[in-house]
Design a protein around this ligand. Structure first.
Ligand SMILES: *Cc1c(COP(=O)(O)O)cnc(C)c1O
Length: 432
C-alpha cells in the first residue's frame, strides 16, 4: 500500500509539475534530516492549541458570539469576547482586535499614535524599523507622520550579525523615552527574527534604565512560533496583523493590539476616536472568521513553520545559504534563501506562484514598488489578498538576490512549491 501511493505520487509529480526522481529523493532525504525540527514544531502547536482552547473555554465562546452587529456596533458581545480571548491566549491584561484595521502598518501606527504625545521620544531599539513605518514615524517625509506632531525619533543600530546592542540600548534610553520599539521579525533585513527569550533581554535593558518607558513589540509574523509571546516576558504592548499568523488564514482583514490595560485603552481612542474608543466598531459578520481563524492559528503557523524548515533543509542540500538553518530556533515564519543571481530568485518566485492554489497560471515579474529603491519580485497566490500567512515569496532585485518566503496554510503545498523550485533550478543548471 505504502509503495503504491509512493509510485502514484511520483507519477503525479512528474506529470503535473515536471518534478523528477532526483529532486523527489532529495526531498525525502531533506525531510528525514529535518525530522527533529518538524517534531518540535508539532509540540509547540499542541502547546499553543491548548492555550487558545482554554481561552475559548474561559470566555465561554458559543454560537451567540458569531452574530455580530451593524452600524455603530454597540454591545457587540462577539467582538468584546474576541478581545478577551486574544488577551487571555497572549497572557496580556487586555487586547483590542478589529476587522477595520487595514494592515499591519496601520495597527502599528495606531499603537504609536495612541501612546505618543508631542515632545515625547520614540526609540527604535532593533535598528531601522520596517520600511512602511518610515513614513508613519517621519524618517521619510509622510503627511500626518509622528514627526509632524512633534514626536522625536532616534534609533539604536544592531551589532554585526543583527544582534541587539543591549549596552547601547541601555545607554540610549533616557527620562524622555516614552516608547521603546522592538521589531521581532526580520522584515527585509539580513538578520534573524528574535525569539521571545531574546526580547526578554531587550526589555530588561530598557526597563533597568527607565521602568516607565513603554516597551512596544512589532509582533508581526511572530505569534505562536514559540510557547510564549512578548507580553508574557515584560513587553508592555504588542501589535500584529490578522492576515498574518493570528488570523489563521480565515480572518479576511484586521489587526490586534494586546498588552497592559491602560495602554490598550489609549490605543482604543485611535482605533476609533477619543471618547468612543472600544465601545463602537461593528463586526459586520466577521466574528466567526476571526474566532475560527484564531482557533486554527497555532496549527496553521505550524504548517508554515514546517514548510520553512523543509525548504531550509532542501536548499541547504542543494548548496544554498539559508536562514534560519533547518534546526535553528525560530522567532517568526520567514525563511530566506540566498540565490546570488537574478535568475535564481526569479526562478524560485516563479515556482512558488506556479504551486499556489490561486493565480498559478501567472508568472511574477519584478516591478518598481512605492517605497522601494529597486524593483521587487513577488509571488502570491492567496485566497485573501496580500495574506502572508498563505504561502508567498518575494525579494528585492539586487545582490545578493535573497528570496523571503513565508506562510503556507498547508505543509504539503509548501513542500510542493520548494520541490518545484528545486527542479526548475536544477534544469537551469543542467542547461548551462
Ligand atoms: C508585515 C509586517 C509589517 C507591516 O504589515 P503590512 O500589513 O504589510 O502593512 C510590519 N512589520 C513587520 C515586521 C511585518 O512583518
Amino acid at each position: 500500500m505504502k509503495k503504491g501511493i509512493e509510485t502514484e505520487f511520483k507519477k503525479l509529480l512528474l506529470e503535473r509539475y515536471g518534478i523528477g526522481e532526483e529532486i523527489y529523493s532529495l526531498a525525502l532525504e531533506a525531510e528525514r534530516e529535518a525530522a527533529g525540527s518538524l517534531e518540535r514544531i508539532d509540540r509547540i502547536k499542541e502547546f499553543n492549541t491548548l492555550k487558545v482552547l482554554s481561552a475559548f473555554r474561559k470566555e465561554e465562546i458559543s454560537d451567540r458570539h458569531f452574530a455580530g452587529t451593524t452600524g455603530y456596533g454597540y454591545d457587540d458581545i462577539g467582538r468584546d469576547a474576541i478581545d478577551k480571548v486574544f488577551a487571555n491566549a497572549f497572557g496580556a491584561e487586555d487586547a483590542i482586535v478589529r476587522p477595520q484595521i487595514a494592515s499591519g502598518t496601520h495597527t502599528l501606527a495606531i499603537t504609536l499614535f495612541g501612546l505618543l504625545r508631542p515632545g515625547d521620544e520614540l526609540l527604535a531599539v532593533t535598528g531601522k524599523p520596517y520600511d512602511t513605518l518610515e513614513e508613519v514615524i517621519g524618517i521619510r517625509p509622510g503627511v500626518g507622520s509622528l514627526a509632524e506632531y512633534g514626536v522625536k525619533y532616534s534609533q539604536v543600530d544592531l551589532l554585526p550579525g543583527g544582534v541587539p546592542d543591549l549596552k547601547a540600548i541601555h545607554n540610549a534610553v533616557n527620562e524622555n523615552t516614552k516608547v521603546a520599539q522592538i521589531q521581532r521579525s526580520r522584515g527585509y533585513a539580513e538578520r534573524k527574527a528574535y525569539t521571545v527569550d531574546e526580547i526578554s533581554g531587550i526589555v530588561k535593558a530598557v526597563k533597568s534604565k527607565n521602568p516607565n518607558t513603554i516597551v512596544f513589540v512589532d509582533n508581526c509574523y511572530g505569534e505562536f512560533t514559540g510557547i510564549e509571546e512578548p507580553t508574557q516576558v515584560g513587553a508592555d504592548i504588542m501589535a500584529g496583523s490578522l492576515i498574518k499568523n493570528p488570523g489563521g488564514g480565515l480572518a479576511k482583514s484586521g489587526g490586534y493590539i494586546a498588552g497592559r490595560k491602560q495602554y490598550v485603552e489609549m490605543c482604543s481612542y485611535r482605533v476609533t476616536c477619543p471618547g468612543a474608543g472600544r465601545e463602537i466598531g461593528a463586526s459586520v459578520g466577521t466574528n466567526r472568521d476571526i474566532l475560527q481563524g484564531f482557533y486554527l492559528a497555532p496549527q496553521i503557523v505550524a504548517e508554515s513553520l514546517k514548510g520553512a524548515v523543509f525548504t531550509a533543509s532542501l536548499f541547504e542540500k542543494l548548496g544554498f545559504e539559508t536562514s534560519p538553518l533547518k534546526d535553528e530556533q525560530r522567532g517568526d515564519i520567514v525563511q530566506t534563501i540566498k540565490f546570488g543571481t537574478q535568475e535564481g530568485l526569479t526562478t524560485f518566485c516563479g515556482a512558488v506562484q506556479a504551486a499556489a492554489p490561486i493565480d498559478s497560471f501567472v508568472v511574477p515579474e519584478a516591478w518598481d514598488m512605492p517605497g522601494y529603491d529597486v524593483p521587487v519580485i513577488m509571488a502570491a497566490g492567496a485566497f485573501v489578498q496580500g495574506s502572508s500567512i498563505e504561502l508567498s515569496a518575494d525579494g528585492p532585485m539586487k545582490p545578493p538576490y535573497i528570496a523571503f518566503m513565508q506562510g503556507g496554510l498547508s505543509y504539503a503545498n509548501v513542500k510542493l512549491a520548494s520541490m518545484l523550485a528545486a527542479e526548475r533550478l536544477l534544469k537551469l543548471k543542467n542547461n548551462k
